[in-house]
Write a protein that binds this ligand. Sequence first.
Ligand SMILES: Cc1cc2nc3c(=O)[nH]c(=O)nc-3n(C[C@H](O)[C@H](O)[C@H](O)COP(=O)(O)OP(=O)(O)OC[C@H]3O[C@@H](n4cnc5c(N)ncnc54)[C@H](O)[C@@H]3O)c2cc1C
Length: 403
Amino acid sequence: MDTVVVVGASLAGLRCCEALRRRGYSGKLVLVGEEAHKPYDRPPLSKQVLCGEWEPARTEFRRKEGYAPLALELQLGRRALALHAQARRVVLDDGKELAYDGLVIATGARARTLRGSEALSGVFTLRTLDDALQLRVALLQQPRVVVVGAGFIGLEVASACRKLDVAVTVVESMALPLDNPLGSAVGQAVQRLHEAHGVSFRLGVGVAALEGHGRVEHVRLSDGTAVPADVVVVGIGVTPNTAWLEGSGVAVGDGVLCDPTLATSVPGVVAAGDVVRWENPLFGESMRVEHWSNAVEQGQAAAARLLAGPTGGEPFSSLPYFWSDQYDLKLQFAGRVRADDELVLVEGTLADRNYVALYGRAGKLRGVLASNRPQQLLRYRKLLSEQASFDAALNAARPSAGP
Ligand SMILES: Cc1cc2nc3c(=O)[nH]c(=O)nc-3n(C[C@H](O)[C@H](O)[C@H](O)COP(=O)(O)OP(=O)(O)OC[C@H]3O[C@@H](n4cnc5c(N)ncnc54)[C@H](O)[C@@H]3O)c2cc1C
């Protein structure tokens, strides 16, 4: 292979470039990204950057070592518009075409928006560094904030608002925050924590419309009531960035559809990160994972897959893992759970937010949640990777659970 093009200059794309070089690939390597910034880390955006605890520059990857050792051609501020798979060319938004022998799709995902909100100022999503910096400027005006969506991003934004002493209401159509997927007991505990820090909740009610004259003034809820808002942060999930692949022959469907080795339906094209939907052998199911560690691991695996040639490659088997920081709470979760999984508290108590909970279904251990107990997660992760039975996991747990 003489030329590899990686589209998506973020976590998965960069880790893929690093792995290609580590594995001895010495040909031309082009990394294309539509953002003007050098690749940076997203988790601090909703945490340290929003709170002003970190300078934005601290999020940049490879700050110390720089890009020279990778011998990369960095094409930043350039969006890939189309893929001509037969000719093995990527078309960029400046009209240039990049020829490749191997292509890596690492275009991630973008934040979903609320329909009808485009015309109003004061409405934000949080996916990019620019989003975070604009939102931070708005928060410094001490606005009344409404966060739509009580998932991880929404709750981290609420936590940042309270750290900045900004009034915040969280609106969520489910009955509890994080109810799906972590279960109602965990959702209640998280709600209590936020309420103790002064967050208001409107739960079990949807958003009918954002209202205002040029600027958002109210969030109209589906029960007819209105919540006053100067700033609205929409945290209702993401959409994989696959539009540029339309007509290319690369199969898509809620992500780029890959085989278990991360190869796409088109020869010479692999994919990595939030954009990938693949059959995870560890769970025997098709999934798309929107977590940091998955982007790292898949970036590395996609490099190996590309170098293995048309028929080589190992199945990419992975245990989804993520963390979330809210106030002094560190939640860490590993596994794959559903709302109806059985939850057993095996260490600590929900009340003091210091606990380990196991999730089981059909006799198998499916997930582990550690709240402020980072050390404990490791051994349960091992059990999850070994596909341990739920009973074996419960037996392995220390009998120190409390209500
Ligand atoms: C605010 C925030 C907080 C988070 N916190 C956590 C956390 O605490 N824990 C955790 O596990 N995970 C967290 N995540 C998720 C984690 O950051 C993502 O899983 C990770 O960034 C995925 O990396 P990626 O490289 O696959 O995709 P992305 O990071 O989405 O990068 C894709 C890149 O491709 C670019 N791109 C898209 N289309 C094109 C195109 N056509 N041409 C050129 N470039 C294109 C995009 O602009 C982007 O720069 C968080 C995410 C956000 C946004």
